[in-house]
Every structure is written in structure tokens, then in C-alpha cells.
Design a protein around this ligand. Structure first.
Ligand code: T3D
Length: 263
């Protein structure tokens, strides 16, 4: 199937989805969210797909929400941030967690905001030496969404999660490995070969058993995921009504340092 914002290719039971807006580090638009969801649902139905790899085109993995694009309903009404999360991001995160096939993030570069948390929603992360993670939300007055309030502390522990979420500091691949955010770090040139080799290996194993294992991990570790995504949307709605959010987004667009007032 041809998409506008992602590339999709299946080889030997492995579906590779490549976020494909490299000029903006694969920042997320509504079209991209719809296409990702459609690709995940297709992969769920298609028995010949037995493992999925998610990666980004160019030098970035994904810069999170496209801060220059507005989200609208079919009748042209502008969506609130909370509504946008519920309609756009939540189904994709739920889709990654619900599909009973392994999903590997091949993190080729910077993963920021919701882009970082889409990577964290995956089962396994292989990172290139140039990969980095940024919980960028705070820099525009927002809270970690797309499951970040669950996945981040689950992977790195609460103290480090709080530090990363509160500061918005960018951490590199080696630090991410040390913290347990990624499974493996490899040279950039070897990233896709390494991710595909792991994917091909998993695709040749008993898919049903792996899927049931994933379902059991979901139950053991993330039984409240739906409620957490819903609560994040509520909190993000509140955050998006602050002056600091308006200032944060304006500063990003104007390429200047924001001045936050705490309001
Ligand atoms: O609205 C809702 O529904 C709420 C949902 C929220 C979910 C979220 O994801 S909120 C968080 C959104 N993302 C960010 O705040 C990250 C913004 N980007 C950055 O902080 C930096 O770009 C990075 C740390 C990711 C990378 O920095 P760097 O120095 O490697 O690259 P750069 O020069 O900043 O970016 C390269 C280009 O991509 C640049 O465009 P230009 O100047 O070459 O024309 C930049 O503007 C563009 N870009 C990067 N991120 C975004 C973006 N354009 C639109 N939206 C972006 N998120």
C-alpha cells in the first residue's frame, strides 16, 4: 500500500515501517498517525507479517508532534490537544502494544517528545551510535504523553524518569544503553542490518508464543495503559491551556529561547 508519510516494505516476514518526513526529523502529522495505525492494523491481519521494524528516514528517528501543523476534525474544527492525543496518538500506542507480534524500534537518530515515546512503546530498541532521546515536552510547557509517563519510569526507574521529564535533557545512545532505554547500540552503518537480523530471527520463531508472551507482559506490567493514556490526555489538555505552552511553541517556531513565567 502506498502512503504519503511513511514507507512500508515486507521482506521475509518482516514489515519495515519508515517514518518519512526527513526534512523535519520525521515530525508527526495527523496523516502520519493515520498511516501508522493503518499499517499496524494491516500487519495484525496479515499472517505472513511476523515481526515489525519501526525506523526513521534521514538523520532523525522522530521529532514528535509537528509543531507547525494544526490538527483538525473532518468538519474543519481545530482539535484541542487532549482530543488530538485521544484520536491520534493513543490508538497508535495501543496498536504497538496490542499487536501480538514483536515490534522493534531501530532508532537511527534523535527521538524527541512523542517520537521518543513511540520508540519506548516498542518491545525492543536497537540504537545507532548517533541516536538520542529527549523528553522534549517540558521545553514547550507540556507533559510526557504517548505512554511516556508509564514507559519511561518502567524502563529507567522513577528518579531518572523524573529528571529526564522535568529537565528535557537530551541523552545519547551510550547513556540510553546504560539506563536500559535501549537494548543495543551499533554503528550507524550497521543499524538496519542489525535490526533486520534480529527481526528475521524473531520472525522465524513461534509467532503465536511470542504474541502470547507479549500479551502476558502487557498484563503484568501495563494493565492500566488505556487509563494512563486517557489521564495523560487530561493532563496535556491542562498543560496546553497555560501561557508557558503558548510561549514554548512560539519560541520553537521563532527559533529563540523561551521565557517561561510558570503560568
Ligand atoms: O499537539 C498535540 O497534539 C500535543 C502532542 C504532543 C506530542 C509531542 O510530541 S510534543 C513535543 C514536540 N516535539 C518537540 O518539541 C521537539 C522539537 N524539536 C527539537 O527540540 C529539536 O529539533 C530536536 C532536539 C528534535 C533536534 O534538534 P537538532 O538541533 O538536531 O535539529 P533542528 O535543527 O532543531 O531540527 C531540524 C529541522 O527539523 C528544523 O527545521 P529547519 O530549521 O531545518 O527548517 C526544525 O525546525 C525541524 N523540526 C524539528 N522538530 C520539529 C521540527 N519541525 C516541526 N515540528 C517538530 N517537532
Amino acid at each position: 500500500m502506498a502512503y504519503e508519510t511513511i514507507l512500508s516494505e515486507t521482506t521475509d516476514g518482516v514489515l519495515t515501517l519508515t517514518l518519512n518526513r526527513p526534512d523535519v526529523l520525521n515530525a508527526v502529522t495527523d496523516t502520519m498517525l493515520k498511516e501508522l495505525l493503518s499499517a499496524l492494523r494491516g500487519a495484525e491481519r496479515e499472517a505472513s507479517v511476523r515481526c515489525i521494524v519501526l525506523t526513521g528516514a534521514g538523520r532523525g528517528f522522530c521529532a514528535g508532534q509537528d509543531l507547525n501543523s494544526a490538527s483538525e476534525t473532518n468538519d474543519g474544527r481545530r482539535l484541542s490537544v487532549g482530543e488530538h492525543l485521544r484520536q491520534g496518538y493513543t490508538p497508535v500506542v495501543q496498536g504497538i502494544r496490542a499487536i501480538e507480534k514483536p515490534v522493534i524500534a531501530a532508532v537511527n537518530g534523535v527521538a524527541a517528545g512523542a517520537g521518543a515515546n513511540l520508540a519506548l512503546a516498542c518491545d525492543v530498541r536497537v540504537a545507532s551510535e548517533t541516536a538520542s532521546f529527549v523528553q522534549a515536552f517540558v521545553k514547550i510547557g507540556l507533559i510526557p504523553d504517548s505512554g511516556g509517563t508509564l514507559f519511561l519510569p518502567m524502563l529507567v526507574g522513577y528518579a531518572k524518569a523524573a529528571e529526564l521529564a522535568f529537565t528535557g535533557d537530551r541523552i545519547g545512545a551510550e547513556e540510553s544503553l546504560r539506563l536500559g532505554l535501549v537494548n543495543q547500540v551499533v554503528p550507524g552503518a550497521a543499524l538496519m542490518e542489525t535490526a533486520h537480523a534480529l527481526a528475521a530471527r524473531l520472525a522465524a520463531l513461534p509467532t503465536r508464543a511470542i504474541g502470547l508472551t507479549k500479551r502476558a507482559f502487557n498484563r503484568a506490567l501495563m494493565p492500566n495503559l488505556d487509563a494512563i493514556l486517557d489521564y495523560e490526555a487530561d493532563m496535556q489538555e491542562l498543560a496546553s491551556r497555560t501561557a508557558d505552552y503558548t510561549e514554548g511553541v512560539a519560541a520553537f517556531r521563532e527559533k529563540r529561547t523561551p521565557t517561561f513565567t510558570g503560568q
